[in-house]
Ligand binder design. Structure first.
Ligand SMILES: [Zn+2]
Ligand SMILES: [Zn+2]
Length: 476
């Protein structure tokens, strides 16, 4: 028994705990979106498989285990955040970050073709004397900084561009016709390299290991899934990622606990009948009518079968049949997308989309096949933020950019392949604002006019560093 385990220590502990609670202040439970999801429609991140053990312990241990608030009191001081931000904002670092981002922006590469981008990342890591594994998923990289021992925490950046022709006129516009970094993945890659540099310079402070994941093919092909198959999350107990947002001013940080981005799937159905003379419809089997009925019936999935408080979407975006005005065609193809915020709702929709199309076709004596592009891996699960990891991002962000610059954002119907990581380990995905009206960085991602305010780069790099260093500091 040591000297601090008597009754006096117990009293001191109680006093410290109470003062911690007072310092930390208000609860955040009021902004929990998923408290609205009753009846099993929502699967919390805790229910998903293979969750991290230490996070489970944290959320299930009684009061004898240190709470989030208690941990705050001990080891981390605001001075560290200030130091990190100062390192990130050094003029030479900012110029280096802008240079990296501009080089990547000028040479956009599509999914699984990020050869030069990957080479650039590896060159920088070599110069920083940071070790890494390569290749994962073709062009992906898993680098590590720190002690080499547990805990392992991951930061992720995506490297791929989009098949879009850039319409922004500026000095560093895309040099590749038809390809553009229109989602900000160039900035994500630069910010994670910035984090690598700062983390390396603070390696002695790290009480564990930071894994830096540079992944291919976020926009298409589920690069995250391939990265995990190649061991990207080996030993990792938590993962975080940044995405730039044109909706919020530069440097603001936003996120939310629970479901943040929807699960997303696509479908294409071929409804077959028997072609024939349109003037004698009784001699044919009409797939246009059958497909029309299927489209109408699909609308009922959300309006009649889904819990109104559990947001879902089914949209038919394409309807193609014959082109002869005097002929009933042999077949009609309809296609579209469906979205939901939980796996239960998402896979429920997938099943019902198929049933409705096949059954409606049969009502009209047609047959139907439905393809969900599973082979092309076009299914993204919902992105669900772990509550503890969200709280971690929130307190780091408030420390770094101030309480007024942290925003609890609404969920969005968009999708992200970060969701594959968030299914495997506790995760938090968050946005960092790049909106600057003066510069004109107000266009949405995937717009040919998309641009960012580069002043975000040091702030994003600092956010990465503070998230990782503080997590290890408090959990290592
Ligand atoms: Zn995108
Ligand atoms: Zn993106």
């Amino acid at each position: 028994m040591g000297p601090l385990q008597g009754p006096g220590f117990f009293l001191i502990s109680i006093l410290l705990f109470v003062s911690c609670i007072k310092i930390i202040g208000g609860s955040t439970s009021s902004d929990l979106f998923y408290t609205y999801f009753d009846g099993g429609a929502y699967i919390s991140s805790e229910d998903s498989f293979l969750k991290n053990r230490s996070s489970y312990r944290r959320s299930h241990m009684p009061s004898t285990s240190p709470s989030l608030e208690e941990e705050d009191c001990g080891v981390w001081v605001t001075k560290y955040s200030e130091e990190i931000l100062e390192l990130a904002k050094r003029p030479e670092t900012v110029e280096w970050l802008k240079g990296l981002r501009r080089r990547i922006h000028e040479n956009p590469e599509l999914a699984f073709q990020e050869y030069e981008t990957s080479r650039l990342v590896r060159n920088e890591l070599d110069q920083l004397q940071i070790s890494y594994r390569f290749p994962l998923a073709g062009t992906g990289i898993r680098a590590s900084v720190g002690t080499g021992g547990p805990p392992f925490i991951a930061l992720r950046a995506d490297m791929d561009a989009l098949p879009i022709q850039e319409a922004v006129e500026w000095e560093h516009r895309s040099k590749v016709p038809g390809k553009m970094h229109a989602c900000g993945h160039d900035a994500h890659t630069a910010m994670l390299l910035g984090a690598a540099k700062i983390l390396k310079s603070r390696e002695n402070n790290l009480k564990g290991t930071v894994i830096l994941i540079f992944q291919p093919a976020e926009e298409a092909g589920n690069g995250a899934k391939r990265m995990m198959q190649d061991g990207a999350l080996e030993d990792v107990e938590a993962i975080f990622a940044i995405h730039v947002s044109h909706e919020r001013p530069t440097g603001t940080i936003g996120s939310r606990p629970g479901p943040l981005l929807a699960g997303c799937g696509f479908f294409r159905a071929v409804i077959s009948g028997r072609k024939g003379d349109a003037g004698s419809p009784h001699l044919s089997v009409d797939p246009v009518l059958a497909a029309s009925a299927a489209v109408i019936s699909l609308q009922n999935l959300v309006s009649r079968e889904a819990n109104p408080l559990d947001s879902q979407v089914v949209s038919v975006a394409s309807f193609n049949g014959g082109d002869n005005l005097d002929q009933i065609p042999q077949s009609v193809t309809i296609a579209g997308t469906f979205r939901a915020f939980s796996n239960a709702s998402f896979y429920g929709l997938l099943k019902r989309v198929e049933e409705v199309i096949v059954e409606q076709a049969s009502v009209y004596r047609c047959s139907a096949t439905v393809d969900f592009f599973k082979k092309e891996t076009q299914i993204y699960p919902p992105t669900v933020n772990d509550e503890y990891m969200y709280e971690h991002v929130k307190k780091v962000a408030i420390d770094l950019v101030g309480a007024k610059n942290f925003i609890v954002v609404p969920p969005m119907m968009g999708a992200e392949d970060f969701s594959f990581y968030s299914e495997m380990v506790p995760a938090a995905f968050f946005y960092i604002g790049v909106r600057n009206e003066t510069l004109g960085s107000t266009h949405s991602g995937h717009s040919p006019y998309f641009m960012i305010d580069e002043e975000v780069l040091p702030i994003g790099a600092a956010a990465h560093v503070a998230i990782a260093e503080r997590y290890l500091n408090e959990n290592g």
